[in-house]
Write a protein that binds this ligand. Structure first.
Ligand SMILES: [Ca+2]
Ligand SMILES: [Ca+2]
Ligand SMILES: [Ca+2]
Length: 386
């Protein structure tokens, strides 16, 4: 399936209004953000206050950007070859606003690709995690699961030309909830957080695809099967949150072992490969120091093999030291916030560039999450590591 070519490059949609909206709130204009938030947040409840009191404040994340209501749910982050970051904005909290990709250059943010191809039946685009491939093109996973449970999610390719996005096409379809992506060599690995089988409605999986295969034709996954692209499968143990989403964030360590974490139950998995790329084994990672109840996006610093992960439920960023017994320490945590000032507001994705950890505040809570409600301001946070 080909999607219509889109030729509206970032420059042509860089309306001054949007640019102003995205850039008019640098970290110094927090009071503006607070005013905006005050309009939206009208039902601050006793429950929230009580929950807030039991959640510690750890670390001191800083505000990177305040986004306007047209960019209400920031998510995936990719490092571009030119050192800029690409941010996906699926707008799942309010998807009356179209999804888009944004480009971050230092302390500025601007549109990168708008008019993303909508899925024909859901009429929505829903970009999640994204990564540049060895071919120089940008690939993003889609989460159509909120729009349809009928395996409508896709892996998309943004063709890059001279640093600018060109045509966006479907390279894989029939995912249930494509979520994280990572390239290693000429293979892209993709988590599907809802890859259910006929006998397992709590399933999730890591899928893999070679660049050569993606270059041939659109790959059509076979829903409700152990599709040959499946590298490893997991089962979520559902808890009081009622969320059965499984494998979410995904990355690999300095030895080439892959790690993913379950959004629904917080289990971390280590997946090792044989030299030919097939599965050698998978195990639940035993961690010490803290139990993590929920794992969203994660990244591994392969210089240290420290994993930085978003504990979405507890509004925290955790560090798992893979070279030190998988010891967990909390890098940052906040009680229920609206995100003002860069305080964590349900972090979903992290990206490490140099010593700076970029954090997307997804701000779309589930039951029993510290974050009680989606609210303005919509924010990106940063933590500068020592
Ligand atoms: Ca399921
Ligand atoms: Ca917020
Ligand atoms: Ca919030």
């Amino acid at each position: 399936m080909r999607t219509p070519s889109f030729n509206a490059l970032a420059a042509s949609v860089l309306s001054s209004a949007l640019l102003a909206a995205c850039q008019s709130n640098p970290p110094t204009t927090q009071d503006e953000a607070v005013k905006k938030e005050a309009v939206v947040k009208t039902d601050s409840s006793a429950t929230t206050a009580a929950k807030g009191a039991s959640v510690p404040t750890v670390g001191n994340p800083q505000l990177l950007f305040t986004l306007d209501d047209a960019h209400n749910t920031p998510d995936g982050l990719a490092l571009a070859p030119n050192g800029h970051l690409i941010l996906s904005v699926p707008n799942l909290a309010d998807n009356s606003q179209p999804a888009s990709l944004m480009e971050i250059d230092g302390s500025t943010i601007k549109p990168f690709a708008t008019n993303l191809p909508v899925e024909p039946t859901t009429k929505k685009a829903a970009p999640m995690d994204l990564a540049f491939g060895p071919d120089g093109n940008l690939y993003y996973a889609e989460n159509q699961y909120e729009n349809s449970k009928d395996f409508k999610s896709r892996l998309m390719r943004v063709t890059m030309k001279n640093g600018k996005p060109g045509a966006i096409t479907t390279v894989v379809d029939n995912f249930a909830l494509a979520n994280a992506v990572v390239w290693k060599g000429n293979t892209i690995y993709v988590t599907d957080s809802q890859w259910d089988l006929p006998d397992n409605d709590k399933g999730s999986a890591i899928m893999k695809f070679s660049l050569a295969e993606l270059n041939k034709d659109t790959v059509h996954l076979k829903p409700k099967t152990k599709d040959p692209h499946m590298l490893a499968m997991f089962t979520t143990t559902m808890n009081e949150t009622g969320v059965d989403n499984g494998a979410d964030g995904l990355d690999y360590d300095s030895k080439g072992n892959f790690y993913t974490g379950s959004f629904g139950d917080g289990k971390l998995y280590k997946v090792s490969l044989k030299p030919d790329g097939t599965l050698a084994g998978q195990e639940i990672l035993t961690v010490i120091g803290k139990t993590i109840p929920c794992v969203d996006g994660l990244i591994i610093d392969r210089a240290t093999d420290k994993m930085y992960l978003c504990n979405s439920r507890e509004n925290a960023i955790e560090v798992v030291d893979l070279r030190n017994g998988n010891t967990v320490t909390t890098l940052a945590q906040n009680p229920d916030t609206d995100g003002a000032g860069g305080k964590l507001d349900q972090p979903a994705e992290v990206l490490l560039k140099g010593k700076r950890l970029y954090i997307s505040d997804f701000d779309k809570p589930e039951k029993h999450f510290v974050n009680a409600k989606s609210d303005a301001p919509h924010t990106m946070s940063v933590i500068d590591l020592p």
